[in-house]
Design a protein around this ligand. Structure first.
Ligand code: NDP
Length: 333
């Protein structure tokens, strides 16, 4: 059976990444798009060759050709739109951060569970070959017992993205809800451990406005004892990016792995010397869609579940709270 997707949100990520990811997945198609502005929705549908622009969320959810929705509106809308989709019996692939609060995210998980629909979170980085290889090497003892990790994920926010992320706290703006959520999800995936507490400082360096931060440095502690330093920013043009895990018997040092299109460089350094892993950049969004479809068909699990989205949201919210209070903040879901 062909799985029809309804897009909730005529967004950039849907147009530039997810449309192709869905169209490249066998037995999938995008059948309708909902925008809060019907004219914009129609123009978006015409430009992207989506056959239908829905006049309302109810219109999209009442469409029997829509079996699943991909939600990529601004963050404050994810909660209510997921509840509506679940009530209509549609499977949900939702963007990160899953919601604006843990309570909202928990309600979303419960609603999807009760409705018997799949809830997945679009954490794409865990689908990268590089992160999967690092996770497997660590699980197989290649670096001994992991001690510490470092994530470098400071970017210069493209002009086209310099909107609500910079000045709308009510829409979930800020670098922590935008990027730290991805970094924590990737750490959880690679380390196979949950974060337990965080201490952080945030920064405003001329790009964001009001109470919204455009830079953050945080240290997370994980249940397996690892401490992980995470640097994120919207303001840094030339830092590059990286992900390192250091253990008792070796270190994994990866560069170019926090941006999916880049060619990854992953080095394993142990007493035996240095080994470069031969890894190609891969289509991370397609893999996420394929895993979502497998979950719908009962043959697999989402790459990142609703619970994964809840954990990364809880971690990012704790990171924000720590920066605001100056205190270490416990993380639990
Ligand atoms: P956009 O700013 O492109 O879109 C968000 C909303 O803004 C849309 O739903 C749309 O509302 C409105 N909008 C977009 N363009 C216009 C316009 N030209 N004029 C008026 N309104 C407009 O957001 P992003 O695509 O950057 O992000 C959307 C979501 O996806 C967020 O939750 C974000 O965190 C997440 N994201 C995830 C990524 C990932 O790799 N997993 C990467 C990037 C974003 P309407 O639908 O009502 O028309």
């Amino acid at each position: 059976m062909t799985i029809g997707f309804g897009f909730i949100g005529a967004s950039g990520i849907a147009k530039h990444k997810m449309l192709a990811a869905i169209r490249n997945t066998p037995d999938c198609e995008v059948v309708s798009v909902y925008s809060s502005n019907l004219e914009r929705g129609r123009a978006y549908a015409a430009e992207t060759q989506i056959p239908h622009a829905a006049s309302s969320l109810e219109d999209l959810l009442a469409n029997p050709a829509v079996h699943a929705v991909y939600i990529s509106t601004t963050n404050e809308l994810h909660h209510a739109q997921t509840l509506a989709a679940a009530q209509a019996g549609k499977h949900v692939l939702c963007e990160k951060p899953l919601a604006m609060s843990q309570l909202e995210a928990q309600t979303m998980l419960a609603a999807c569970r009760e409705a018997g629909v799949v809830l997945a979170t679009n954490h794409h980085l865990r689908n990268a070959h590089a992160h999967r290889a690092m996770r497997d090497l660590i699980a197989n003892g290649a670096i001994g017992k992991p001690i510490a990790a470092r994530v470098f994920h400071a970017v210069y926010l493209r002009e086209s993205l310099q909107g609500w992320r910079l000045d709308k706290p009510e829409a979930g703006g800020g670098v922590v809800l935008d990027i730290v959520v991805h970094d924590v999800d990737t750490l959880r995936f690679v380390l196979q451990a949950e974060p337990t507490e965080v201490i952080s400082l945030s920064q405003q360096f001329g790009m964001s406005a009001g109470s919204v931060e455009d830079g953050s440095m945080a240290v997370f502690r994980f249940a397996n004892g690892v401490i992980a330093q995470v640097h994120t920013a919207f303001t840094v043009p030339y830092a590059g990016n990286g992900f390192e895990v250091h253990g008792t018997d070796g270190s994994l040092i990866a560069k170019n792995v926090m941006h999916p299109a880049a060619q990854p460089e992953v080095l394993l350094r142990t007493a035996n010397g240095e080994q470069r892993l031969e890894l190609a950049a891969n289509e991370v969004y397609s893999l996420g869609v394929a895993r979502f479809i497998a979950a719908i068909q009962g043959t697999g699990k989402p790459a990142a579940s609703g619970e994964d989205g809840l954990w990364s949201l809880a971690s990012a919210l704790a990171c924000l709270e720590s920066a605001h209070t100056g205190q270490k903040v416990a993380i639990s879901v």
